[in-house]
Design a protein around this ligand. Structure first.
Ligand SMILES: [Zn+2]
Length: 236
């Protein structure tokens, strides 16, 4: 598996182009993470992003498909001992259902640190918009509800010039779940709902030209869903 942040740039039309980052990986300097190697990271994420043509000030929208640790990390960065928004010129879109769930639950103690260093600082800075699971971001980009991995989980659909793509988020983690949609990740909050979402999404995608971009797919990150006997597979 790998962990991706994906930048979507829309055409510069009358209203100007958009630069949207979908999920923000793990972040640097974070502590109290359940997985030991995810603590106090020092990666070149921001330099790599700038190298790809996107200085952090250029991003106008941050989308969190859900609020797990590996999707919100670079929401903030450590500056002078404080967590500050990494993307100061962006609106941060978080699901209203997702945000309400994690800010009211007590079962996942590890989420307390994640919310405190990666969600609260952007909320306190007034940069968060709580959105519905089918929110339309702009003409070409909208959210698609894909619950089960978390209660308010969303994927991101891109439609442009007659073509379509879907950024999965975590409704599936690995291409093996395309062949075996009944296999749930241990991180799925509701395995039955997650399975139902995968079956429904794969059925809808199969045989279509929609490019499916896996947020955690290592190796080839994108492909198309085709039917394979009684199930599906990723065609690349
Ligand atoms: Zn994830």
């Amino acid at each position: 598996m790998s962990i991706h942040a994906l930048v979507v740039e829309t055409q510069r039309g009358k209203r100007g182009g958009r630069r949207i980052i979908v999920d923000t990986c793990l972040g640097n300097d974070k502590e109290n993470r359940r997985i030991p190697t995810w603590n106090k990271l020092q990666t070149s994420f921001l330099a790599d992003l700038a190298g790809a043509g996107y200085a952090r000030e250029m991003i106008d929208t941050v989308v969190c498909t859900h609020l797990h640790v590996d999707h919100v990390g670079w929401n903030t960065m450590l500056l002078g001992g404080r967590w500050v928004p990494t993307f100061p010129n962006a609106r941060y879109l978080m699901g209203r259902i997702e945000h309400a769930h994690w800010t009211s639950q007590r079962e996942r103690e590890d989420m307390t640190a994640i919310l405190a260093d990666s969600v609260a600082p952007v909320r306190d800075a007034g940069l968060v918009d709580l959105v519905e699971t089918d929110h339309r971001i702009c003409d070409e980009v909208s959210l698609v509800p894909t619950p089960g991995h978390t209660p308010g989980h969303v994927s991101v659909r891109i439609s442009s010039q007659g073509e379509a793509a879907l950024i999965t988020g975590d409704f599936m983690h690995h291409p093996c779940q395309i062949a075996r949609p009944e296999w749930s990740s241990t991180a799925d909050s509701d395995p039955e709902e997650a399975r139902h979402t995968r079956e429904q999404m794969l059925t809808g995608l199969a045989g279509t030209p929609t490019l499916v971009i896996g947020t955690h797919f290592a190796g080839r990150t994108a492909g198309r869903i085709v039917r394979d006997g009684g199930t599906f597979r990723l065609a690349v």
